[in-house]
Design a binder for this molecule. Structure first.
Ligand SMILES: Cc1cc2nc3c(=O)[nH]c(=O)nc-3n(C[C@H](O)[C@H](O)[C@H](O)COP(=O)(O)O)c2cc1C
Length: 178
């Protein structure tokens, strides 16, 4: 497809059996089939410090490693559980620690929630990225609830289709910008 783009799947769910991570893996598998340059970044592996704005925290080796990866990407697909009508605190912490690395990226979201009513809950984080770092937010974000997963966290057909649609939109938008 089009120009060569580099995409990061940023999986922020920390639960052992995480629905948002299952969505992230699904998106990753589909992008690999499209032969896109895609990297899966699992925040379970990072043990990041909390952002306190101290220089030593911002220069922590794991923070710099993650920041470098984000900087090199053209687009990010962020998978997060919905917690208290927002993304989870891991996602917020990553945004605080790596902020400027997000500048001008295309960003899509994969949200796993308990119910239908938090459908618009990712918008505050989308707004942060749009206003702080001029990210181009993909409006076709994916929102799944418990009823979209079976007991092995396999996804329903409609969510599979939404993930594919978003992936293709991320590639199209990124290709047009690079
Ligand atoms: C602390 C906490 C807050 C939550 N807040 C919401 C919420 O505001 N709206 C909602 O629909 N689900 C909420 N949930 C349910 C989770 O979004 C749901 O379990 C989701 O599948 C978690 O994703 P994960 O499996 O990737 O961890 C909350 C769960 C927890 C533990």
């Amino acid at each position: 497809m089009g120009n060569i783009v580099k995409i990061i799947i940023l999986s922020c769910g920390l639960k052992k059996k995480s629905k948002s991570r299952s969505m992230a893996r699904h998106a990753f598998g589909h992008l690999q089939k499209l032969r896109v340059d895609v990297e899966f970044v699992n925040m379970q592996d990072y043990a990041l410090p909390f952002c306190d704005a101290e220089t030593e925290t911002l220069h922590h080796p794991r923070v710099l490693n993650l920041k470098g990866k984000i900087q090199k990407a053209d687009a990010l697909i962020v998978a997060t559980p919905v917690y208290n009508y927002s993304g989870n605190s891991m996602l917020k912490n990553v945004m605080e620690l790596t902020g400027s690395a997000w500048q001008d990226k295309v960003v899509g979201f994969l949200c796993a929630a308990g119910g239908e009513r938090s459908y618009m809950s990712i918008l505050s984080m989308a707004n942060n990225l749009m206003l702080d770092f001029r990210c181009l937010i993909v409006p076709r974000f994916v929102y799944a609830t418990d009823k979209n997963f079976d007991t092995d966290l396999k996804l329903s057909a409609d969510i599979d289709a939404r993930i594919r649609e978003q992936n293709e939109m991320v590639i199209k938008l990124t290709g047009a910008l690079t």
